[in-house]
Design a protein around this ligand. Sequence first.
Ligand code: NZQ
Ligand code: ZN
Length: 393
Amino acid sequence: MQNFVQYAPTEVIFGKGTEEQTGAAVSKWGGSRVLIVYGGGSVVRSGLLKRVEESLERENIIYEEFGGVRPNPRLEFAEEGVKKALAFKADMILAVGGGSSIDTAKGIAHGAANPDLKLWDDIWMKQAPLTRSLPVGVVLTIPAAGSEMSDSAVLTNEKLGRKAGLNSEFNRVKFAIMNPELAFTLPAFQLACGITDIMMHTMERYFIPGIKCQLTDEIAEGLLRTVVENGRIIMKNKEDYDAMAEIMWCSSISHNNLTEAGRGKDFSVHKLGHALSAKYDVAHGASLAAVWGSWAKYIYGGAVDRFARYARKVWGAEQEDDQAAALTGIAKTVEFFRFIGMPVSLKELGVKPSADDLKALALDATRNDTLKLTRIRPLGAREVKEIFELANQ
Ligand code: NZQ
Ligand code: ZN
């Protein structure tokens, strides 16, 4: 087991009706002037935004709305939010929504606390140290990105055509309100994207070979079995509370570092997915499902024992031969993505890249061939292009 730091300080308030506690949570964490960040309108239509605002009013908290975040949230929109937060003198940012609203809220919090820094060049590209931010709270509406407990935020810089994450302890939100019932209104496609993303956050840590971490492995395997079992249930009945509750809790645990303790992480599939989302504006979970099978078949030889263990523990593969078991695990995973309605190729994702496009995608994913992705087997631009080609067949 490698040395590690485990620090996931978010207060989780989980269960039915918990959005009624938003005002109390904001007060507890020191908010009195709150900028509410939300997306394209689902929280208005469902009545959630109104309930959240009523809860703030009960605590005499002043608020202003900042709606309109789009999936694959844009840097420019977060910069607009920074201006709004400064003009309003916000002392807390409250995201009501999914990963896109939460990540925008995190970006606004960093920008508003550091008005002298440029959000992209200084903060996102780490040209200047991030030493403070505003507190962020979350009312979660979709189990997916895990941003409610992660140290990460992802924005798209449209001018550069680049989607990039920022990892920082200042990305940890103060509290996350999670009522699984709020996810009942999700379209099936978004639900499936979320299930895929949750699995991916766990798998992007799990396959790293050569390190013994029994507890971390068992947590990851239990989480993956839980997502698959309950994912099958909610894809048939998205109002199954217990199944949605399991999935929602998995979304947070998959990305709050518990599944990497002692092993570390390896977000190579995400690098491929972010390149696809930056170029084609495709949904995050779908971008990952579309390439995962090709990535896994390309790379599993560098960690056959890990892929074989995964196949046995998560999918019940019975082959004694590691190679055969590993391939079964990959096939079962792709079959599951198909079952929940995810694309498993670039064609199914709805994009038609040319050979030049594939090369450009590979260069984006590897920062112009300066990064070697994965600790399983180094992937430069040439190898990543080959994976994209496999996914493009
Ligand atoms: O915008 P609205 O109208 O709210 O609709 C959203 C959006 O269209 C809809 N939705 C969300 N909750 C709903 C709902 N519709 C009906 N009922 C509900 N209860 O779902 C759509 C997707 O929302 P979004 O916030 O984009 O989803 P998700 O949580 O999957 O977030 C994806 C973003 O998070 C980033 C991704 O790259 C992507 O940009 N990620 C953030 C991470 C992090 N900060 O730790 C890690 C992840 O790996 C990921 O990269
Ligand atoms: Zn993700």
